[in-house]
Design a protein around this ligand. Sequence first.
Ligand code: FES
Length: 203
Amino acid sequence: MDDDGSVTTRRNFLTGCCVAMGAVAVGATAFPAISALRVASDLVFGKTEQEVDLSAIQPGEMKVVGLSLKRVTLIGTDDLVVPVMVLHRKPEWVRQMEEVKYGLKEPVEAVERYINPEWFVARAFCTHLGCTPNIIDESATPVNIVCPCHGGRFDTLGRVISGPPPSNLFLLPYRFVSENRINLFVSSPKDITATKVSDFQKA
Ligand code: FES
């Protein structure tokens, strides 16, 4: 959750920019074109759930899926596609995260960034200018997720380490429905700006 008004304002701005720019970036590559969006406070989403099969994602691999959302407005609905990364973390990446100390731009506890340490699920959406961070750099310590546009670097829990991104990758609400399947779920704009799993996990 946001700590103060300035962060809230920045996140709202980022949400508007990120959704709009991500829609363009992803639409240009893998998904259908998406209409431009206004800021998050103008958005109301219809409840959306979408399953992802984890069984084909090997340790060390990342899959980017498109989560289809409906935007509800006073004059009707339209369709959005939000790119979501699902990263299968290797056991050594998990160990490294516990053993190696490194600096974070926006510190948050590792345990707040995952449900199962083997898996990292987040919006595939760089908090700098909205590119898809999709490069895994295993030569770095800790292993980095790298944004191809301006070299922003994140750890494998999406916490920014270096480069222009101002904040960590946003999480996307999900739950395990079986050992090899997760369910992504979104019902409001704040769901796509989660920064901790406690933001969407119910007690
Ligand atoms: S858009 Fe990712 S570093 Fe600039």
